[in-house]
Design a protein around this ligand. Structure first.
Ligand code: BGC
Length: 417
């Protein structure tokens, strides 16, 4: 049975939608934004669409990194009933486009000049075969540390800039009877931390290992060193880390039970939702050793092939709403991410947001901006999942030395290609 229609939805139909000739139907949106901070950000989108007369049919599938959402999506497409729009990351977008399952946003993109304002690093995923297939809503990055300010003050007050300084702060937090690191033991969270450890071994190394998938880099000394650091860091987790959701780990830092969390900047959404203020209640720093570099992931809404002018008009209207500079600011201020356009002022953002915007622009200019392996922007899902298996085995104590883990990683990635 053929489950997806080949080819692009007609650009003409989208033009009709743009001109408002067809009434936009409600949008059914599949996403994994189910935590408090994520839901608050999603509300900004729902309300924006409601103000334009477009209703929202919610299809939430919990699970950071989106693995469960992607499984649910496959089932819907197999049943011949894709949702209107789907939150999606990096290579997954390209995979669906290659199956011919996605629509075409060229008309909206051309009318609104997306080419000029959406960075090339995002366009690489939002376009397939030269055509716009997804609307990027934000840019997140994974190499952040979220630290409880009072816990840091009690541990000497200086934010760590190197791995050795990090260990000294963690030891001091432990001595103060805190869980030094709030971690959720789920493969995507383990991998989020590992993005930062690999990047800390050098930007060239991150590229060789995770973007170019060079077997010598994957199985070599620097990868062994990154795994040894992961083995060291896991000794600062509490005994209940296994399976914990990321937002519950954030909550441990928010309420002062834990010292810090290594997590993407969606964590900031949780701190803000809890009424916490950056610089006062918590601080955000780049993972020690990764200053000046960024591992990013961008949430995009991929539009599936749907038929009917009302549905196509809804897709076009949603894409337009998402790329509006006002929406980009309002949404990303709440979500913890930074705008997907380069022309959105940072005025409404807090200090962490301003830093995020500046870091991203500098990394882009300096050639130190790389796709996150953990969040599907470095390599296709098969390779990403192979890295998850080895990283999680290390976190679960199955390897006692980094060199053996690095060899296993090189083998797993080779087998996955
Ligand atoms: C997404 C974020 C989301 C996070 C946790 C990431 O993969 O890009 O938008 O907040 O997962 O659910």
């Amino acid at each position: 049975m053929k489950i997806v229609t080949k080819g692009f939805a007609s650009a003409m139909a989208l033009t009709v939608g743009l001109a408002g000739a067809a009434r936009a139907e409600d949008v059914e949106v599949l996403h994994w934004w189910t935590s408090g901070g994520e839901a608050a950000a999603l509300n900004v989108l729902k309300e924006d669409l409601a103000s334009k007369g477009i209703g929202w049919i919610d299809m939430p599938v919990a699970g950071g990194g989106g693995e469960a959402a992607m499984t649910a999506l496959r089932a819907r497409v197999t049943a011949g009933d894709p949702p209107t729009a789907v939150q999606m990351l990096g290579f997954d977008i390209q995979d669906w486009a290659a199956e011919g399952a996605l629509g075409n946003l060229d008309a909206v993109a051309a009318a609104e000049g997306w080419d000029a304002v959406i960075p090339g690093a995002l366009q690489r995923f939002s376009k397939y075969d030269g055509h716009w297939i997804a609307a990027p809503v934000n840019v997140h990055s994974t190499n952040w540390v979220w630290i409880n300010k009072a816990a840091l003050d009690a541990a000497g007050g200086k934010a760590p800039e190197t791995f050795d300084e990090l260990i000294a702060v963690l030891d001091a937090m432990k001595a103060n009877d805190l869980t030094a690191i709030a971690h959720g033991g789920q493969p995507w969270q383990d991998a989020t931390l590992f993005d930062a450890l690999v990047l800390a071994e050098g930007t060239d190394f991150y590229k060789q290992a995770f973007i170019d998938l060079d077997p010598a880099a994957l199985g070599g000394d620097k990868m062994a060193a990154a795994f040894d650091k992961l083995i060291k860091l896991r000794s600062y987790f509490d005994s209940n880390f296994s399976g914990r959701d990321w937002n519950l780990a954030s909550a441990m830092v928010i309420n002062g039970e834990a010292g810090m969390q290594f997590m993407g900047d969606w964590a900031k959404g949780e701190f803000l939702k809890a009424g916490k203020v950056p610089g006062t209640d918590f601080i955000c720093i780049r993972f020690p050793g990764t200053q000046g570099a960024v591992t990013f992931n961008s949430d995009q809404f991929a539009m599936f092939n749907v038929s009917g002018e009302g549905k196509l008009a809804a897709q076009a209207a949603m894409a337009t709403a998402i790329e509006s500079p006002t929406f980009q600011s309002a949404f990303n201020v709440v979500k913890g991410s930074v705008p997907a356009r380069t022309d959105v002022p940072d005025t409404a953002f807090d200090d962490c947001g301003k830093k995020g915007i500046k870091d991203l622009a500098e990394a882009n200019t300096n050639g130190t901006l790389f796709g996150s392996m953990a969040h599907g922007h470095a390599a296709p899902a098969s390779v990403k999942n192979a890295t998850y298996d080895v990283i999680t085995a290390v976190v679960n104590g199955e390897y006692s030395d980094g060199a053996t883990a690095a060899k296993a990683l090189a083998d797993a990635v080779a087998a996955a290609q």
